[in-house]
Design a protein around this ligand. Structure first.
Ligand code: NAD
Length: 376
């Protein structure tokens, strides 16, 4: 088996590490940076705290970032960066902020809209501004990946866009920044960690380093997610979930995600289901289907490495975890019509589906949505 491994992001991990920001920026050797964060951090005072930590090196702020960031927000942020002459970027937030920042850090160096590149197959420019990613959720692992997931409301498209430029220069992972995540954000982002670990492992692009990372991350989620959900100030649970998120990011960065992520995009686009919850909705179903149809036993091997008897037992544990942390386990409340299910099946044929270890046919997708919409 041939494989490659590359991980270009310098990682700084630990409680209180946000206070190392000034030294990190000094290592970059740049001045006049922009802070990109969510609106709530301007209100909570966290943005001001980070600007103060940077000691004059952050001279602009952009905070119009929606969950599932929109291409128009990337363009607006890039416009501000050009106007302010920004030379580097600090992204303080969850996956939405980090993904917007990745795209804006490239687009700001040219005079074009991100729309020209998003979902068009057009190669992104080679120029970009260096990025320091500071995650505030334990979820996406975006701080160590080369992908940004963007939405375009005009076309109804939510799709990942890849570029080697998108790898941040630094990831500063400070678990204390996640303490303020409300339980639903902890649950949604935490189940995303589990999906990324599992999908990174069973992806057709799997490889041994990422396999080991995926097992490590998934074990941590089973042990600590419910604790972090129940007690947001459980320092061990928060630290272990931050570790799991970062390691799961490394686990899927090269193998890429598969079926649950493919199906999640239309669920988020059409019905507003948060990203992690949408991925988690189908991961137990796909664990069972993949284990039934696979020929190499990897799904079962993964379940066993986590201490389960088989993949079905792991799927049951995932379903139980979702219940414990208040995540949806079906779509019955949406009262979907046959036409809406047809649309979901059609839109689930996203390129990520090709990374799944077994072929996901329309019959399987209809069975999935039939199961999720069946009323008892
Ligand atoms: P998010 O960034 O959308 O944040 C969810 C909500 O939590 C927002 O309202 C945000 O303001 C709030 N929030 C974030 N941190 C907080 C904190 N510490 N305290 C209080 N509130 C906080 O959620 P996410 O799950 O981190 O990111 C989801 C996005 O990332 C989706 O668009 C998804 O498609 C994308 N994603 C990207 C990658 C990647 O590798 N680039 C991987 C998976 C998912």
């Amino acid at each position: 088996m041939d494989w490659n491994y590359q991980q270009p992001v310098k990682i700084i991990f630990g409680n209180g590490k946000i206070s190392a920001l000034k030294e990190v920026i000094a290592e970059l050797g740049e001045t006049d940076g922009i802070l990109i964060c969510s609106r709530s951090f301007r209100k909570s005072g966290l943005a001001d705290k980070v600007i103060a930590e940077a000691d004059g090196l952050l001279t602009a702020v952009y905070s119009d970032v929606s969950p599932n960031p929109e291409v128009s927000e990337v363009d607006a942020c890039a416009e501000l960066m050009r106007a302010k002459g920004s030379k580097f970027v600090v992204a303080l937030g969850g996956g939405s902020v980090m993904d917007l920042a990745k795209a804006a850090a490239t687009i700001a160096t040219v005079d074009e809209s991100i729309r020209f590149y998003h979902g068009t197959g057009e190669a992104l420019p080679e120029t970009f501004l260096p990025l320091i990613a500071v995650p505030t959720t334990s979820g996406t692992g975006s701080e160590v990946t080369s992908v940004a997931v963007l939405s375009d409301h005009a076309t109804g498209k939510k799709a990942p866009i890849f570029s080697p430029n998108f790898f941040p220069a630094y990831a500063v992972v400070d678990p204390e920044l996640t303490y303020t995540c409300p339980p639903t954000v902890t649950a949604c982002s935490g189940i995303d960690v589990l999906c990324q670990a599992i999908e990174g492992y069973w992806s057709v692009n799997h490889q041994p380093i990422c396999d080991a990372l995926a097992i490590h991350a998934a074990k941590l989620v089973f042990e600590y997610l419910q604790l972090a959900y129940t007690n947001p100030y459980d320092t061990t649970a928060r630290e272990k979930m931050a570790e799991a998120s970062l390691i799961a990011g490394l686990a899927f960065a090269l193998p890429k995600t598969t079926s649950s992520h493919a199906v999640s995009y239309p669920l988020t686009n059409l019905y507003g289901i948060p990203h992690g919850e949408a991925c988690g909705l189908t991961i137990d179903y796909f664990a069972k289907v993949n284990a039934q149809l696979e020929t190499d036993g990897r799904v079962t091997a993964f379940a066993k490495a986590l201490g389960f008897a088989d993949a079905a037992a792991m799927a049951e544990a995932i379903t139980a975890l979702k219940k414990q942390i208040g995540l949806r386990r079906d779509l019955t409340d949406l009262n979907l019509s046959d036409a809406q299910i047809d649309e979901l099946v059609q839109l689930s044929h996203h390129p990520n589906l090709d990374n799944n270890p077994v072929k996901i046919t329309d019959d399987i997708l209809y069975d999935l949505f039939g199961t999720l919409t069946k009323k008892d």
